[in-house]
Design a protein around this ligand. Structure first.
Ligand SMILES: [Zn+2]
Ligand SMILES: [Zn+2]
Length: 294
């Protein structure tokens, strides 16, 4: 399915990545929009990313992804650019229960619009362990992360700012753990999954799914002005309570809109829910509690 009439058909779109994300993003853009996604040269996206050890907030990631996309404009003569940002970590502070969020930002500087799509995922090999020098479990942990198909980072536990990357053998990983542990204030080295897309096939899969989501969104043209990216922009809360009819915090309806001309339309909830349960309603809950205490 191609769209010869789409505004991005046969257009070049810059992609700010040094981690081969074009593998995930170029195919849906070619298929759904007829656009050519090309890696922007000489853009060091690493300067914006840091390892924090926890899942970052979506708004921070969105901000970074948009900045990254705009970096493509500095080295490439294109109207549109894409970048993605992801963050993985333990969910609810449980180290074995990991997940993450992926953000993909598309910026069209000619039309002055940006479109951001988000994907939450539990599909990840993200894990981290701390080791003392000489710990015999280091090779086991590396293999559990999927090494060598998947990459592994080692860093000193007292400073996450300079991870050792590009480790190619188990021997190199063991040596890095010993060295970084000795450098650390607490004598520990941290081993963590390499989340760079080209060294993490699971993350690349998630990015592929997100790439399709973004391309599908851009395939929708605004019915009023024709700008690509018409779609969900907001949710309105206030679904009436099934008991008393008062507005609740439940989403009442969704709003699809255009970032360029402001045209917007409301659409009902996908699940068809017309009223919220009484449990979601403050007055009804208080009424029930009062009845119990009477
Ligand atoms: Zn519009
Ligand atoms: Zn109520």
């Amino acid at each position: 399915m191609s769209h010869p009439a789409h505004p991005y058909a046969n257009q070049r779109i810059g992609l700010a990545t040094i981690h081969a994300k074009e593998q995930a993003i170029a195919p849906p853009f070619r298929r759904l929009l007829g656009a050519n996604v090309l890696v922007a040269p000489e853009v060091d996206t690493d300067v914006l990313g840091t390892f924090s050890g926890e899942i970052q907030r979506t708004d921070e990631l969105t901000h970074t992804a948009v900045l990254k996309a705009e970096m493509a404009f500095t080295t490439m003569d294109v109207d549109c650019a894409i970048a993605s940002e992801g963050s993985y970590g333990p969910i609810d502070k449980v180290p074995l229960n990991a997940g993450g969020v992926e953000i993909m930002a598309f910026v069209d500087r000619k039309r002055g619009v940006s479109v951001v799509e988000t994907m939450l995922t539990h599909r990840t090999n993200w894990r981290m362990w701390r080791f003392r020098p000489g710990d015999p479990l280091v090779p086991v942990a590396a293999k559990a992360l999927g090494f060598p198909t998947y990459g592994v980072f080692v860093m000193t536990n007292s400073d996450f700012s300079r991870p050792v990357k590009g480790l190619e053998t188990i021997e190199q990983i063991v040596a890095a753990v010993d060295r970084e542990a000795k450098r650390s204030a607490d004598g520990l080295a941290l081993m963590i999954a390499d989340m760079r897309a080209h060294r993490n096939p699971t993350r690349m899969k998630v990015l592929r799914a997100l790439g399709w989501k973004l391309a599908k969104r851009l395939a929708n043209l605004c019915p009023k002005c024709g700008t690509p990216g018409f779609g969900h922009i907001d949710s309105r809360r206030g679904l009436p309570c099934g008991g008393c009819g008062q507005p609740t915090h439940y989403i009442h309806f969704e709003i699809d809109g255009c970032r360029a001309c402001g045209h917007a339309v409301a659409r009902p909830r996908k699940d068809g829910l017309q009223t919220a349960p009484k449990l979601a309603c403050q007055p009804c809950r208080q009424g029930a509690a009062a009845a119990v205490h009477r």
